[in-house]
Write a protein that binds this ligand. Structure first.
Ligand SMILES: Nc1nc2c(ncn2[C@@H]2O[C@H](COP(=O)(O)OP(=O)(O)OP(=O)(O)O)[C@@H](O)[C@H]2O)c(=O)[nH]1
Length: 305
């Protein structure tokens, strides 16, 4: 006979408190949602809960972390740490920036070039945002998704690990540059040190590095080494958990909590307190990340930050 565990949860979305009871029989869940004082079915409750956090422009979830928070009582981001919560107006500004819609005209997003050696990078005054992670974690796919409004920009994506061999630069108008980097781990290129490590150590325009971690796989040995490297170089970084469409919520939560423990566990860490959860396939979490990039590059101001 399977063990039955009952637990009560609540989550606050858009000022509405939603609570539910989950009865777990191994992997089977039965949910009852209580919204306001009314009882409704699980599917009504889920649709009610997600309405508050869906993007107004796509059907993607704006902040998947909020949804995941509903599964645990302790806060995933400690209460005393900075949390990035832009208003709808600020999100709209960021979306306009990423689609470069200025009136009826569109400025260009462009592919700048590929560089095997960081010392060959063109010198510009634009802020840079870099994407680091093991091979196949989804770096190029995420950049492709961030720049999806620009069909003229081709970002090469492949299921073969180690496909990206050079630093690939993409510029968004005159606002900032996104830097795709070769992955570490399986099929890592020989020029990794000359490209990635040299870039992280020497770039004067790098304002933030996104460390991509696979939501299904969790932290690998290679990720530990990358985190130690970022700490050693004193490079501020932000965790982005990828491929969340591929993984069940309990595995995602387990992996995320161990990432949080590892990244924030030691003194002197340079990791931003809030992780970003994304799927390049469903676009979940991508709008929030776009708004964060617009904020850190100085393109959009966020009230209270
Ligand atoms: N389901 C799903 N698949 C994804 C997602 N992001 C990337 N992928 C797939 O993962 C594979 C690797 O994606 P890439 O974006 O090329 O990964 P990368 O980190 O740039 O890889 P390297 O070039 O090896 O460094 C491709 O087959 C993508 O289609 C995602 O959010 N969801």
């Amino acid at each position: 006979m399977a063990k039955v565990v009952t637990c009560r949860h609540f989550v606050k979305l858009k000022g509405i408190k939603i609570s539910w009871t989950r009865i777990s029989r191994e992997t089977h869940f039965a949910c009852q949602f209580f919204t306001s004082n009314k009882t409704c079915t699980a599917s009504q409750g889920i649709s009610f809960a997600s309405r508050g956090i869906k993007s107004r422009t796509t059907s993607a979830c704006v902040n998947p972390l909020l949804e995941l928070q509903g599964y645990v009582a302790t806060p995933i981001v400690p209460a005393d740490k900075a949390v990035f919560t832009p208003s709808q107006t600020e999100v709209t500004q960021a979306l306009k920036l990423f689609s470069l819609t200025t009136g009826t005209r569109r400025e260009a997003a462009t592919f700048v070039g590929s560089y095997a050696d960081a010392s060959q990078l063109p010198d510009t005054s634009l802020p840079e945002v870099a994407f680091l992670g093991r091979s196949n974690v989804g770096k190029s796919s995420l950049i492709q998704c961030l720049l999806r409004a620009h069909s003229n920009v081709h970002v090469s994506v492949s299921k073969t690990p180690g496909h990206t061999r050079t630093l690939n630069l993409y510029r968004l108008g005159q606002h900032f540059t996104l830097v795709d980097m070769p992955g570490y781990g399986y099929n890592m290129p020989l020029n990794f040190q000359q490209s990635v490590e040299l870039y992280l150590q020497s770039s004067r325009r790098l304002c933030r590095t996104f460390l991509l971690l696979d939501g299904q796989v969790g932290l690998t040995k290679g990720d530990h080494t990358a985190i130690q490297m970022l700490r050693e170089f004193g490079v501020p970084y932000v965790v982005v958990v990828t491929k969340i469409d591929k993984v069940g919520r309990h595995v995602l939560l387990r992996n995320l909590l161990s990432v949080m423990e590892y990244c924030h566990g030691e003194a002197g860490h340079t990791c931003f307190s809030q992780p970003f959860l994304v799927s390049s396939r469903t676009q979940d979490g991508v709008t929030l990340l776009q708004t964060f990039i617009a904020y850190i590059t100085g393109c959009v101001r966020i009230q209270g930050l």
